[in-house]
Design a binder for this molecule. Sequence first.
Ligand code: SF4
Length: 216
Amino acid sequence: MPSLPTPAHLRRVWEALDTLPDPTEQRPWPILVSGCMMAWGCGIDGSSYGMERALDKLKGLDNICWVPVCPEHMAFGTPRRMPDLHDGDGHAAIEGRARFLFDDGQDGTEGILAASAQALELAKRERVVLALLTDMSAACGSQVISLGARDASPRRFQRGMGVMAATLDRAGIPVMSQRDHRTMQRLLSRLSPGYVVEPDALDHHEHPWTVAHFGG
Ligand code: SF4
């Protein structure tokens, strides 16, 4: 069966999950999380996109200390226009080789870089052990994001990170997405002893769509 290589950033998540001390109610794991997954109305239209459902299995656990953040809201407020990354991913934007542009052509690169730096400061202050971020976002994505405007026809995609995810990754913070279901099983196993792992769960780069799109 064709496959795509496991991205290095996900291997760092696995290493962290293998080595972190057990989380307890007294010493919970601080986890940075995309605000929309905490049901914040920080999406471009003021909704959460329904993203809170992605955390259903983690809700109610008392050994996590959630640290929510929305870099786009911090930089541009809500509501706002749809941004996407052009000519590269978040790492390329940090290196000056890609731009974070809104769908009206406005350039938000400087704003999202500044907000991502703020988010990194928050992550350091709260000593987060992991970042669990919404994939496909030009700020929070970590596996697959749009390449250029998402309303282009045909829409193009790239394997890569959004700007905040790349900022965290470069600072050594393990980053995963809500679509990394296999890794989510490992996370649940650490948080809920006795959790029965779903053996067929796939990470986003293993999903048949991703493999077919990017070639295995
Ligand atoms: S920038 Fe991140 S936290 Fe904010 S709405 Fe988009 S995906 Fe959610």
